[in-house]
Write a protein that binds this ligand. Structure first.
Ligand code: TEU
Ligand code: CA
Length: 559
């Protein structure tokens, strides 16, 4: 297997709006990230992925770009970006930008021209259609509620927007548009960017007849997905992007790809495919999602988790590369969703971190997960900021009269603002995030959960992450070792082997709040079991034949 820097790296995702505010306006900014670079360097991460910082009206917090070559005023200036990039590189880290090119903002100059008249040269930079039978061109739905089509009176036509009305989809069928995107990518790479996270990049190619979606029961994505998820020309477009941009740089590329299977991922990340290095798949993120939509959830199934993760580990082994993540800016906090954010918050956060960092792939840490930051519960919808939450509340409670408490519970469980409350730096007001009024409320548990407290506590989740990251740098087995699931049908233990040459590591994880015991499979023989890392440091088991794991206990042994 080819050895490369992006396989050996740990990536840290920063949501700039909520990371650190340097000028007291209540909004995180580039200067704020710069001031915290030593915190990130000390943690040991190699790559910083910034959620979008381009000029934007912030309808979707920067995922609606109005100028790809300018910095959002809230975040600072291009000079601030240059200083930040240099600060990152001076510390031996790399910077990855978030490329949002499935859609732009409706305030982008391209869209303003495109919408101005039907014969404007940029009309076909976007996807316009006339009404069909006096209505929207088809029944596709937006991820943010309602139809995926917006009527525009000026030219008596509809434009497609898979996300908000202010995020019109770009028309990738248009070679002139594609050329503009490649020029923008090359411009950022010339500025020293070390890679791109590509937003819903597998949505670029739509079935051109734009047919009505068959509203199938059990759909996991909005109606229409079958006609734009992994569409007919997607590989052609990515290979063209590779030929015009990516091939010229040794960079990290990761595509965010909802609705993608292992077979698809092999086509996207295979070495000989000349497309991307890796992708974010969503199967494990849909485990607790009931069929109707993300707001209807169900308990996630542990055996399902083992099956899915093992399928991806084995499926991409030697044929692609996995991204390893358990949360990001769109999901609930991992310790609340997959762990236990009450009495076993520290143990379960460390167990989940062990799980994520001991698999084969590139691990992604979302800001604050290294502190065990948790979901938030704001008492009023007025405290929420995310367009996806606000649109859903408007539709369900205000327009359809659904029970407000039930909808608030769904927001507490699945809302994206769970991940977007300000980073908790210390016990000072607003958790030290800002001297001003924060753009969104701070989680009330910041006095207990914050970076300063974590750095004072040698048993904190923070120091455990440091150990995991350090291990990766000194043990090739973590990056290049094979994965083999053990005890496949055991409903209590997640156990797997990592093997590299003669080295064999056994990883055992208890995903539950009660003690469990298990016996090693017969075929796992060893003479000595050397403890590598675990979250109950005071209780290192010598004999691992019959392991008794405490609640949320994780152990890694070198056999
Ligand atoms: O998210 C795409 C995506 O998959 C979302 O629809 C996600 O599933 C949903 O937000 C979960 O409820 C990307 C960005 O990560 C997200 O922040 C943006 O809102 C979206 O694209 C549009 O750019
Ligand atoms: Ca600020």
């Amino acid at each position: 297997m080819e050895k490369t820097w992006w396989k050996e790296s740990v990536v840290y995702q920063i949501y700039p709006r909520s990371f650190y505010d340097s000028n007291g306006d209540g909004i995180g900014d580039l200067r704020g990230i710069y001031e915290k670079l030593d915190y990130l360097k000390d943690l040991g991460v190699d790559v910083l992925w910034l959620s979008p910082v381009y000029q934007s009206p912030n309808d979707d917090n920067g995922y609606d770009v109005s100028d790809y070559q300018a910095i959002m005023q809230d975040f600072g200036t291009m000079a601030d970006w240059d200083v930040l990039a240099k600060g990152i590189h001076d510390r031996g880290m790399k910077i990855v930008m978030d490329l949002v090119v499935n859609h732009s903002s409706d305030e982008h100059k391209w869209f303003i021209e495109s919408a101005s008249s039907k014969d404007n040269p940029k009309r076909d930079y976007y996807i316009w259609r006339s009404a069909k039978n006096g209505r929207e061109p088809n029944n596709w739905e937006s991820f943010f509620g309602g139809s995926a089509w917006q009527y525009d009176l000026k030219t008596d036509a509809y434009y497609l927007h898979l996300f908000s009305k202010k995020q019109p989809d770009l028309n990738w069928e248009n070679p002139a548009l594609r050329k503009e995107i490649y020029a923008i990518m090359n411009w950022w790479l010339a500025k020293g960017v070390d890679g791109f996270r590509m937003d819903v990049i597998n949505f670029l190619s739509k079935v051109q007849s734009l047919p009505d979606a068959s509203t199938v029961a059990g759909r996991t994505y909005q109606a229409g997905g079958q006609f734009f998820i992994n569409g007919p020309r997607i590989h052609e477009f990515l290979q063209e992007m590779h030929a015009n941009v990516l091939t010229n740089y040794d960079i990290l590329t990761v595509g965010e790809m909802p609705g993608t299977s292992v077979e698809d991922a092999i086509l996207y990340t295979g070495q000989d495919r000349h497309e991307l290095n890796m992708i974010f798949q969503f199967e494990h993120m849909d485990l607790d999602r009931a069929d109707e939509d993300k707001w209807h959830s169900k308990p996630w199934n542990f055996l399902e988790l083992k099956r899915i993760i093992s399928k991806w580990q084995i499926g991409l082994a030697g044929r692609g590369w996995n991204s390893l993540y358990l949360n990001n800016h769109d999901t609930p906090r991992m310790v609340s969703r997959f762990g236990n954010d009450k009495i076993y918050r520290v143990e379960s956060a460390k167990m989940l971190a062990t799980f994520n960092h001991m698999l084969q792939g590139t691990p992604y840490i979302y800001q604050g997960e290294e502190l065990g930051m948790t979901n938030v519960k704001f008492s009023s919808i007025e405290d929420y900021r995310d367009i996806e939450i606000l649109n859903m509340y408007q539709e369900k409670v205000i327009e359809c009269g659904e029970d407000k408490e039930a909808v608030m519970e769904a927001i507490y469980r699945s809302g994206r603002d769970n991940a977007r409350t300000p980073f908790q730096w210390n016990q000072e007001e607003n958790a030290g995030f800002t001297k001003g009024k924060p753009w969104i409320g701070v989680n009330s548990n910041y006095k207990e959960i914050n970076a300063e407290a974590a750095k004072r506590d040698e048993n904190s989740i923070y120091y455990y992450y440091k150990q995991l990251i350090e291990l990766r740098k000194t043990h090739e087995i973590i990056v290049y070792g094979s994965y083999r699931l053990l005890l496949e049908n055991d409903g209590k233990i997640y156990a797997f082997m990592r093997e590299f040459g003669k080295t064999r590591w056994l990883v055992v994880l208890n995903f539950f709040a009660h003690a469990v015991t298990f016996h090693l499979p017969e075929d796992i023989s060893y003479t000595k079991a050397e403890f590598v890392i675990g979250n109950y440091k005071d209780d290192i088991q010598e004999n691992i034949d019959r392991i008794c794991l405490k609640p949320y206990e994780a152990c890694v042994y070198n056999l």
